[in-house]
Design a binder for this molecule. Structure first.
Ligand code: AMP
Ligand code: MG
Length: 478
């Protein structure tokens, strides 16, 4: 499809006008294209030729207006660090319309009714982080929002210093958050709450349509997909950093990339968000926080769903989460299904890695090359003191003794990425980008898309994180 053939639809605008603010994007000065995601363009059925054009750049800057262009920001509330904030909303993300069931948003496109004291902008570094990281999660087969493209500009914005503004065009099958439901419930707008739930069912859970007690069923679905998402995050070592209910997707996607991090050395208590002094959103707390967030969603749905049933649904969250975690971890360990003793083997591996200060990604990938009963030198070299690793490997050897080595290694190499985008790698790309060199953005994008491939030219990113960059915290400032 050429750009002039695009016909945007705006299903969200059928909801009550209290749900959104119709607002035009405010374009950036002197925009330029940094990167375009051809795979996403393909999903949206936009011709590859069109991606090089001035009009495409203008589309990302909010000035090219395809048919049906009717921009708006969405309203929501949310629990931020446990405190209810009654009115948040898209303060700097403007929806421009929907194609092929994907809702396009320009993040950093200027002020909306929900900007509060913000300037509606996104700085280059935060846009690069979201652009690359959403692709990395996608490459790891973890549900996430995606990005179509990234633009820079000569537009100054004030943060701790003056920085350049940029816009990332992100797309998702839903931008509805737990906090969107909390908004209508807290306002006593139950008719709108129902309409929102119907909208979400239509878009993301169409198989529920016409079912009895459909809103309770919706809660059940969200519980299951959220528990699965948590298991996926945990198994890959991802720490989101700001799991406020306004950053929780109703469609079970990873959403709103801020001060996230992949684990360097394995650490249960890893906290990547500088402002999170109490470690509420630490790596290890994520599954429990998601459950707490589901509880907030349950309260929000209570005017239209069966509270007693939802409470029962929430009780089984832990069981479902654990089952998913073991499923993903067994795949990573090359085990064919979970048997008695596997949960302990997994937990003890985590403890062993933590006590030996072992890089999680490096260990799992190295283990993927390990022959049963074979040479352990490469594995032992990932940690400081070999004894406890040897003890654990003895148990692992016993567990895999009847599993075909070749098959196991193949499965493991498909489930343990050689590369994850650690923050120091992203920072290297950002530092270069701020000097006008976007080659690292491109390189990391390629790695992000194929994290299980060897990429020998990027071997330096496959090792443990350099000590100076380990376990750094990031600010939310973006
Ligand atoms: P976040 O922690 O990035 O999910 O943002 C929390 C809320 O603050 C959201 O409602 C954002 O839209 C809003 N926000 C963050 N940065 C800005 C900004 N620069 N201008 C306006 N609103 C912002
Ligand atoms: Mg957010």
């Amino acid at each position: 499809m050429k750009l002039n053939e695009i016909k945007l639809t705006n299903p969200y605008l059928k909801l009550n006008e209290e749900c959104y603010d119709k607002v035009e994007p405010t374009p950036l000065h002197k925009p330029y294209l940094i990167h375009v995601n051809k795979d996403v363009a393909k999903i949206l059925e936009i011709d590859e030729d069109a991606l090089e054009s001035e009009d495409f750049l203008s589309l990302l800057n909010g000035t090219y207006k395809p048919k049906g262009f009717e921009p708006f920001a969405m309203c929501y509330a949310g629990h931020q660090f446990g405190q209810f904030v009654p009115r948040l909303g898209d303060g700097r993300a403007i929806n421009i319309g929907t194609i092929q069931k994907y809702h396009m948003q320009l993040k950093g496109a200027g002020i909306t009714k929900y900007s509060r004291h913000g300037d509606g902008r996104a700085v280059l570094r935060s846009s690069i982080r979201e652009y690359l990281m959403s692709e990395a999660m996608h490459g790891l087969k973890i549900p996430t929002t995606l990005c179509l493209g990234l633009i820079g500009s000569e537009h100054d914005v004030r943060r701790e210093s003056i920085e350049k503004a940029s816009i990332v065009c992100r797309v998702s099958t839903s931008w509805v958050r737990f906090g969107t439901f909390e908004y209508y419930a807290s306002q006593g707008m139950f008719k709108e709450l129902k309409a929102l739930a119907d909208y979400v069912i239509e878009e993301n859970f169409p198989h529920l349509k016409g079912k009895n007690d459909v809103y309770t069923m919706l809660f059940n679905e969200v519980m299951v997909i959220t528990s699965r998402l948590m298991a996926q995050w945990m198994s890959v070592g991802f720490n989101h950093g700001v799991m406020n209910t306004d950053n929780m997707s109703i469609a079970g996607l990873t959403i709103d990339y801020g001060p996230f991090a992949f684990l360097d050395d394995f650490r249960h208590e890893q906290v990547c968000n500088h402002t999170d002094v109490e470690g509420r959103y630490s790596y290890t707390n994520q599954p429990a926080v998601a459950k707490w967030n589901l509880q907030m969603l349950m309260k929000a749905l209570s005017p239209i769903a069966d509270m007693e049933k939802m409470e029962k649904i929430l009780i089984i969250y832990d069981k479902i989460y654990t089952r998913y975690l073991h499923y993903y971890m067994c795949k990573k360990l090359g085990l064919e299904g979970t048997v008695e003793g596997d949960p302990e083997l997994i937990d003890d591996m985590y403890d062993m890695l933590e006590s030996l200060h072992v890089d999680y990604t490096l260990f799992m990938r190295t283990l993927s090359h390990y022959e049963h009963g074979g040479d352990r030198a490469k594995l032992l070299a990932t940690g400081m003191y070999p004894e406890s690793m040897n003890t654990w490997l003895d148990r692992y050897d016993k567990r895999i003794q009847y599993i075909d080595n070749t098959e196991r290694k193949k499965q493991m190499l498909e489930n343990n990425p050689k590369y994850v985008l650690k923050n120091y790698m992203l920072q290297e790309a950002i530092d270069a980008a701020e000097q006008g060199d976007f080659s690292m953005v491109s390189s990391l994008f390629d790695i992000a898309q194929h994290p299980f491939d060897e990429h020998p030219e990027f071997e330096r990113f496959a090792g443990a994180t350099p000590t100076a960059f380990k376990n750094k915290k990031l600010s939310c400032s973006s």
